[in-house]
Design a protein around this ligand. Structure first.
Ligand SMILES: O=c1ccn([C@H]2C[C@H](O)[C@@H](COP(=O)(O)O)O2)c(=O)[nH]1
Length: 323
């Protein structure tokens, strides 16, 4: 069992890369060579420091991180997410990602809003052990679709006045998947803490198969060795009234930063607007929007564009669908 703890997601990522490289065993699921550690408990003690940022070894796409989190939180399995990551199309059946978390989270079989259910559960009984969000659905997930959820469940506990979160994953691509998965999970963590009026406690990431694909091994080595302590400040506090959630997510999803002006969601909306401008070829507008995105998100988006500008061809290797 691998047990790691860090204050920030970057530190956790680098430590996990080092551990998988040192201890991982070679296995070839679906014919692809990976180095795998079975059983990992990764603890993040300051979950607002959620952004994996280790340039030049690992530069993640902040627009996809934000877009995916908003897509999931809003309960969507709509195609707009492909604007932010076209690689996802490889995992669709009939144009739809059949394992999309959003509809399962917000409308399980068309009925249960699990986000609201855990919120109500913990408001009714602060000590409850029943605040469970299930994402894996045997009825759907044993039917042979390309996209099968890697996250099985989220659980939440109010202990010593703080909200702790536990996530269980059957499978985690450390290089591609982890930075994006932890971004979304800790955002859910933070929003629920806000609805409960509690500070965030630790975030726990439990993984069965924690692996690196062979083609990411060199990158992971750099990430492990370049991992000098970084100053990774937490992102600005993210809150929203429960009753405003759908409205706010709707505005952010279309990049309407004016519609959420003055809130911590405005930078999220700017990130999406900027990336859409970039994709549409309006590089000046994309760059000028990053100037108004404070903190790590704006800086990272600028670096992402720099990387795309200096590369002659995009380098995309994906197994889990994230760039
Ligand atoms: O949220 C996700 C979704 C997918 N994956 C990765 C894990 C695996 O490398 C791959 C899925 O392959 P299987 O475990 O289904 O074979 O995608 C993640 O890391 N996180």
């Amino acid at each position: 069992m691998l047990v790691l703890s860090a204050g920030d997601a970057t530190g956790l990522f680098a430590a996990a890369c080092e551990a998988v490289l040192a201890e991982g065993i070679e296995v070839r699921p679906r014919g692809m060579t990976t180095q795998e550690v079975m059983g990992a408990h990764l603890r993040l003690t300051d979950p607002r420091r959620r952004f994996v940022d280790l340039p030049p070894a690992r530069v993640i796409n902040p627009a996809f991180a934000v877009a995916e989190a908003v897509w999931i939180l809003s309960g969507s399995d709509g195609p707009w997410i492909y604007d932010f990551n076209q690689e996802l199309l490889r995992y669709t059946d009939g144009g739809v990602l059949r394992g999309a978390y959003g509809p399962r989270l917000r409308r399980w079989h068309g009925t249960v809003d699990q986000l609201d259910a855990v919120r109500r559960e913990l408001l009714a009984d602060a000590d409850s052990r029943r605040a469970v969000v299930t994402l894996y659905d045997p009825q759907r997930d044993h039917s042979g679709h390309r996209d099968v959820p890697c996250t099985l469940a989220y659980r939440f506990f109010l202990r010593a006045g703080r909200l702790e979160m536990h996530t269980t994953m059957r499978s985690q691509d450390l290089w591609l998947g982890f930075p994006y998965d932890i971004f979304t999970a800790t955002l859910i963590h933070e929003l629920l803490a806000g609805w409960l009026g509690a500070p965030m406690g630790d975030y726990h990431h439990h993984v069965d198969s924690l692996h690196l694909y062979a083609h990411n091994r060199d990158g992971a080595m750099k990430a492990a060795t370049d991992a000098a302590p970084v100053d990774a400040p937490g992102m600005a506090p993210m809150t929203v009234e429960w009753d405003d959630l759908e409205f706010v997510l709707g505005r952010v999803a279309v990049g309407d930063y004016a519609g959420v002006a003055g809130s911590a969601w405005a930078p999220f909306a700017r990130v999406l607007a900027s990336y859409r401008a970039w994709r549409a070829g309006d590089r000046d507008q994309a760059r000028s929007l990053t100037a108004h995105i404070p903190g790590v998100l704006g800086a990272a988006l600028g670096r992402w564009y720099d990387l795309r500008t200096t590369r002659s061809t995009p380098v995309i290797h994906t197994a889990g669908g994230a760039p």
